[in-house]
Write a protein that binds this ligand. Structure first.
Ligand code: DCP
Ligand code: MG
Length: 356
């Protein structure tokens, strides 16, 4: 029998905001947003004090001030967050070589064979949290489970300062009550579609066969079939240098016409933009991918001279590429956007650019 794996997912609490509160003691305990100031400013993240007022990531700063008039605001310092991120990774490296960073503030660790004998992955997760707190004066939440999907869900269960464990015996049962919005990898588009089939939580997916889910959701269908049963065999992939950030969607029914395509494009673009910001690496090449009803795949790319940081400008470029790629009168079955030519982590410019 295959040995059960031990996976830990670590995610820092209110990452940018916690770093700023740590370095500016006068901001501790106060509602704080890190993000852009000015007309088009957006909240990158909010301290837990600010979240009580309903302030959260991706909200306009204007709205954040409306919800919380006493809100303090700090501009982001990406270079610092990148440095802290490397310090966190150094701590992970004391326990295992198999580390897969997902963004600046989160990573999967496979500790099945950790560096030294430890009684349990839970105790290891606790030690990692303690190291982060003692040495960096920051709080992390940890999820412990036997696969990536459940470990990531677990780290979000008990935030902030969480340590949540899902054992192999509990996995399938846990998934039954989990709302689909909490499924990692299920974006807004898929969530809406699931709801239109009266699927709101894990248990609602169980009656569907793998084949039915594949018909409805393309290649994600098979993944969905497995995860609602607590199964996810994806490996933790160490030191994978990210080459691109992309989001795409396969439609159950082909879509046609500018309005319909634009509507789907907007959903995909918003999901992609959030993911791009979270990855924390800027890129230069924008690509649009379209598959038509004959399964022909068309891509159109444009490479910018400078790193892409302006949301509206980026959106405009994608729309122009889309106009080049398709004739709006013919049906399409897949639409995707991505960015590549990402900056390297050792690039001195890395993370110094402001997103706003
Ligand atoms: N981030 C961003 N824009 C977003 C989402 C996140 O710039 N739309 C940045 C700021 C966050 C960091 O990425 O501090 C990590 O993202 P998380 O989703 O992990 O959010 P936090 O760590 O801030 O909060 P928590 O994990 O406690 O919910
Ligand atoms: Mg976080």
């Amino acid at each position: 029998m295959e040995e059960t794996r031990k996976i830990i997912h670590i995610d820092m609490d209110a990452f940018y905001a916690s770093v700023e509160q740590r370095d500016h003691p006068e901001l501790q305990g106060l509602p704080l947003a890190v993000g852009g100031i000015g007309g088009r400013g957006v909240v990158a993240t909010a301290s837990y004090e600010a979240r009580k007022y309903g302030v959260h990531s991706a909200m306009s700063m204007r709205e954040a001030h409306r919800r919380c008039p006493i809100l303090r605001v700090v501009l982001p310092d990406f270079q610092k967050y990148n440095q802290v991120s490397l310090q966190i990774r150094e701590i992970f490296g004391r326990y295992t070589d198999i580390i897969e960073p997902l963004s600046l503030d989160e990573a999967y660790l496979d500790v099945t064979y950790a560096r030294f004998e430890v009684p349990s992955a839970t105790i290891l997760a606790k030690r990692i949290k303690e190291d982060i707190q003692n040495e960096l004066n920051l709080i992390a939440s940890a999820g412990v489970s036997y696969n990536k999907f459940l470990a990531k869900i677990a780290s979000d269960q008990d935030k902030p300062d969480g340590l949540f464990v899902i054992t192999p015996e509990q996995g399938a049962e846990f998934m039954k009550t989990l709302p689909i919005e909490k499924f990692f990898g299920v974006g807004k588009v898929t969530a809406e579609k699931l709801k239109s089939h009266n699927i709101f939580k894990g248990a609602d997916v169980l009656p569907y066969s793998r084949w039915e889910l594949q018909q409805l959701f393309g290649k994600h269908g098979g993944f969905l079939y497995d995860v609602v049963r607590g199964i996810d065999n994806r490996l933790v992939q160490p030191e994978r240098e990210r080459k691109s950030v992309g989001v795409e969607n396969t439609f159950s029914d082909d879509i046609i016409g500018w309005d319909r395509i634009n509507e789907e494009f907007s959903l995909i673009f918003e999901t992609w933009w959030t993911r791009y910001q979270k990855v924390g690496k800027k890129g230069k090449s924008l690509t649009i991918k379209v598959r038509n009803k004959d399964f022909e795949t068309i891509t159109r790319s444009q490479t910018e001279k400078k790193y892409v940081i302006d949301k509206q400008k980026t959106r405009k470029i994608f729309v122009q590429l889309l106009e080049k790629a398709i004739d709006f009168e013919s049906p399409i079955r897949l639409l995707g956007v991505s960015i590549s030519s990402l900056e390297k982590e050792n690039n001195p410019e890395f993370c110094q650019l402001t997103l706003w």
